[in-house]
Write a protein that binds this ligand. Sequence first.
Ligand SMILES: [Zn+2]
Length: 379
Amino acid sequence: MAQRIVPLVAALALTLAACGPAVVPAAAPVAVAVPKAAPATAHPTPATTSATTSAIASGSPAAIPGSGKAVAAQPGPFAPNELGEIPILEIHNVASPQSRWQITPADLRAIVANLYASGFRPVTFRDVVERRIDIPRGYAPVVLSFDDGDPSQFQWAPGGQGTTPDPNSAVGILWDFHLAHPDWSAAASFYVNKNPFGGDSAAKVAWLVAHGFEVGDHTMDHVDMTKLNAAQMLFQVGGIAAWVQNAVPGYHISTLAYPYGFSNNLPGTAWAGTYDGQTYHIRAALLVAGNPAPSPYSRAWDPLAVPRIQVADPSTVQRVVDRALVWSAWEPRMLAHHGAALYVSDGNPATVTVRAGEQGQLAANVPIASVVVAGTAGK
Ligand SMILES: [Zn+2]
């Protein structure tokens, strides 16, 4: 997997060389923890902001307020490259004070604001897996993933039971950002265990799905999936899938995040099955740490071992080698147009725009008729 990493910029190449193979730290529960989101002023602000603002002001197709969907926008700042990499951020608790597995509400707001201003737009992991990255041309997709269903991720606002998330919970922060920036959709993926979000769990999961978020499987009891027999596996994976599907009629879970990142892409893994009257099928799974993810159109894409970038304050991360893999280490490179290696949308989910000479990197199952080579007619 290290070989697939395309040096984004010279500095990145140096970093990778300095800290060894940029392999996804296999099964280590590398916790990269909390990101001290750098202040927005720490990063150069690409020319995106003005374009975005004018797109909103010009009133492109109106958003349906509160629908969770983004409004259309003018083309973004990057050249389309749908074989580029996608950052998938991994976040746990969102509360104060900051610690290894906890970022503050201010951290999360800063991360989102920086991504927005730098030409990123959110999608769910499911959107990536299903090759339905539907964001405007010239923008780069980013996935925000949240593990463990911690209560700090989703509480109701005082008096807003069942309708309005607490503005200081992770969901409230993302939702309010969407309302204030209609071209930033309410897309993020929440990987839950049993009884998520500290109560009123079914109503919260239903609210998430109804507002555009993804809910995924993190096993019933947050177990190491490499140590389960068949019956335990079905209970752990199928149990949470069935619970979510019973809580949200018509919804089907389709992705999973490995607890502790312990990949179990083994014959005994319960990727599909029936539990508690619900049939489920999990098509992709997330690891815990490492690098941006390959494009789902790339030969490097492995749906059952998709890397993420942990969000953590480097000062809370014990191993130096791991500090180089957290979001605060990646963020400046990602936001500063390191563009060449980024996935950038061509604005049309039905076509796959690749750079000239890179067609050989396409996965074998990408329909040739959908491929557009950048710079050629019909682009
Ligand atoms: Zn977890």
